[in-house]
Ligand binder design. Structure first.
Ligand SMILES: CC(C)(COP(=O)(O)OP(=O)(O)OC[C@H]1O[C@@H](n2cnc3c(N)ncnc32)[C@H](O)[C@@H]1OP(=O)(O)O)[C@@H](O)C(=O)NCCC(=O)NCCS
Length: 177
């Protein structure tokens, strides 16, 4: 774990604000993950999305941040939360990048824009030396986001998807600083 205390401050990209999550974001997150086409791409999501699980998860984010194990941001566009981008599982200078957006926000380059800012944050502010990420084999949009960010594919592996309730094939990627 990298013991570094970073201020919980928002930052801006050309079109978006990335704001450290708060417990109040659980409601919007619940709405976003209630869309099967979002939930099925998230191996750790429950479907249907569960309010109590979501609130408990968001309530843990400040502690994760303080410990330096995960940094999670609400993605805001014109003052509205449209998704989440995060780096979690931080240990030994490495972390895992994740992102999910409400369906209405897809196809506008927002995932790339938010993830690009988070990669910069992870390397420059957190001081990580590498990132991993992964997507379900049937999620080409996410693969495109990762390759545009400069990630290269490591391998594919079988992974249990909680949302789908079955084992899926996941393509895994990595990016070094
Ligand atoms: C995956 C997801 C985050 C992509 O968000 P997005 O904002 O639409 O992505 P972007 O607009 O930044 O697109 C990035 C690239 O992917 C391409 N792309 C988008 N949808 C695509 C698709 N269905 N197939 C292939 N490429 C696609 C875009 O054209 C763009 O490339 P370009 O700039 O060269 O044109 C969004 O669809 C989502 O939230 N899905 C559900 C949750 C999820 O899958 N999260 C990731 C889990 S690994």
């Amino acid at each position: 774990m990298i013991a570094k205390s970073l201020p919980r401050s928002p930052f801006h990209t050309a079109r978006l604000t990335l704001r450290p999550t708060s417990v109040a974001d659980a409601q919007k997150a619940l709405e976003i993950q209630s869309d099967w086409d979002v939930a099925r791409m998230l191996a750790n999501a429950t479907y249907p999305a569960d309010r109590e699980d979501m609130e408990t998860w968001f309530a843990s984010h400040a502690q994760e941040w303080a410990e330096g194990t995960a940094y999670r941001f609400a993605i805001e566009q014109e003052g509205r939360m449209i998704g989440v981008v995060d780096v979690d599982g931080i240990a030994a200078g490495a972390g895992s990048l994740g992102y999910w957006l409400e369906r209405a926000a897809w196809g506008k380059g927002y995932a790339f824009e938010a993830a690009q800012a988070l990669v910069e944050f992870a390397f420059s502010e957190v001081g990580l030396s590498s990132l991993v990420s992964g997507h379900a084999a049937d999620n080409p949009a996410s693969g495109h986001v990762l390759t545009k960010l400069g990630f290269t594919q490591l391998d594919s592996r079988e992974l249990f998807s909680r949302s789908r309730g079955e084992t899926i094939l996941q393509a895994r990627y990595t990016l070094t600083r």
